[in-house]
Design a protein around this ligand. Structure first.
Ligand SMILES: Nc1ncnc2c1ncn2[C@@H]1O[C@H](COP(=O)(O)OP(=O)(O)O)[C@@H](O)[C@H]1O
Ligand SMILES: [Mg+2]
Length: 335
């Protein structure tokens, strides 16, 4: 058993408190890092058993960094991560890491990069079992075949000894999903898992993941820049902007009643096939920047069409405006 603290929450799978991940920024060859990019800056949330949460926002807003830090592929700069009632903020031993990786997995964006080109499909998918010393060779082979079958790589025995380069992008991503799920993890982070695939097969892979999430009762964070995908996949949507969570709520509530100007702009950009659904289009200026030692003000200030004086002077907190719908914006908290 890993030597970690326990708390008494029951159905909470993962909880983060004041989670931060900063990257040092080096300017010039000999410059020492004096500045920090605040990729994830003070996130607070929890995911309960069986929930699917979509993390949405433009490229560069910190989604991947959040996912990797949650699974402890990155060391957090500050804050606390509690996973299955154990404090995993600091991992003290190989045993702790092994435990964490038996219960949590990540599916990466690019199936061309995430699969080792020198390993066979059997080696790739059975790797998590090797790490955990699970079963003998025969049992591993059976488990690999079962999961390959389940993700639509069939007949599985004709794929076992092939290499990733012999597979299409869609097949590779199915193999990556098989590897992530072979140990039946409690918690999975999928990082834009269909964005590198041909449009024609994206829906198939999304539908497959949706089925697996429900079949295996997984707790899931689905990262996407696409609100339509989030709407299809998730029970809750969390919108990120420059390392901050700016809005959070039930999926339909966020889609039908977005509050933060950034969420409204994201939704304006997505065609929603809903005839009685009228909303004003909101245009935002410029592109997403980088939060390098950001000033104490709303990170959306420069782009916001509704910015007020206070937005330039203070950072809005994420507050609950009713029934769990949370927003970090002075339009809803102070005048
Ligand atoms: N390993 C890293 N080292 C330095 N900066 C990074 C690293 N990973 C991400 N960043 C920076 O952190 C910010 C958030 O990146 P990322 O988490 O990849 O965003 P997203 O997944 O939403 O596109 C970006 O400004 C990015 O350039
Ligand atoms: Mg990313």
């Amino acid at each position: 058993m890993p030597e970690v603290e326990t708390s008494n929450a029951t159905d909470v799978v993962i909880k983060v408190e004041h989670l931060k991940k900063y990257f040092p920024v080096r300017r010039g060859t000999f410059a020492r890092a004096k500045q920090f990019l605040h990729a994830v800056d003070d996130l607070n949330f929890e995911v309960k058993k069986g929930e699917v949460i979509a993390l949405v926002g433009e490229s560069g807003c910190g989604k991947t960094t959040t996912g990797k830090t949650l699974l402890r592929l990155y060391e957090p700069t500050d804050g606390k991560i509690t996973f299955l009632n154990r404090d995993v903020t600091c991992i003290h031993s190989a045993q702790d890491r092994k435990w964490l990786h038996s219960k949590s997995q990540m599916i990466f964006q690019d199936p061309f990069e995430s699969l080792n080109p020198r390993k066979t499909i059997f080696d790739i998918v059975s790797e998590p079992m090797n790490v955990q010393n699970e079963g003998n060779l025969k049992q591993r082979e059976k488990k690999v075949m079962d999961i390959l079958n389940r993700v639509g790589i069939s007949p599985p025995d004709t794929f076992l000894w092939r290499y990733p380069h012999e597979l299409s992008g869609g097949q590779r991503q199915r193999v990556a999903i098989a590897r992530a799920l072979v140990m039946n993890p409690e918690f999975v982070v999928a990082d834009e898992p269909t964005s590198m695939l041909d449009v024609s097969i994206r829906t198939q892979v999304m539908t497959l993941m949706m089925e697996l999430i429900h079949e295996m009762h997984m707790t899931f964070i689905y990262i996407t820049h696409d609100l339509a995908v989030a709407r299809y996949m998730a029970d809750y949507i969390s919108v990120m902007y420059l390392g901050k969570m700016v809005e959070y709520g039930k999926t339909e509530e966020i889609i039908q009643n977005p509050l933060h100007p950034y969420t409204k702009a994201l939704i304006s950009a997505v065609p929603v096939p809903d005839p009685e659904f009228k909303r004003k289009s909101i245009q935002i200026k410029g592109g997403i920047g980088k939060a390098i030692d950001p000033p104490k003000r709303c990170r959306f200030y420069e782009r916001c069409p509704f910015a007020k004086d206070i937005c330039a002077k203070e950072e809005p907190m994420l507050i609950d405006v009713g029934e769990g719908h949370k927003v970090a914006c002075f339009l809803y908290s102070k005048n």
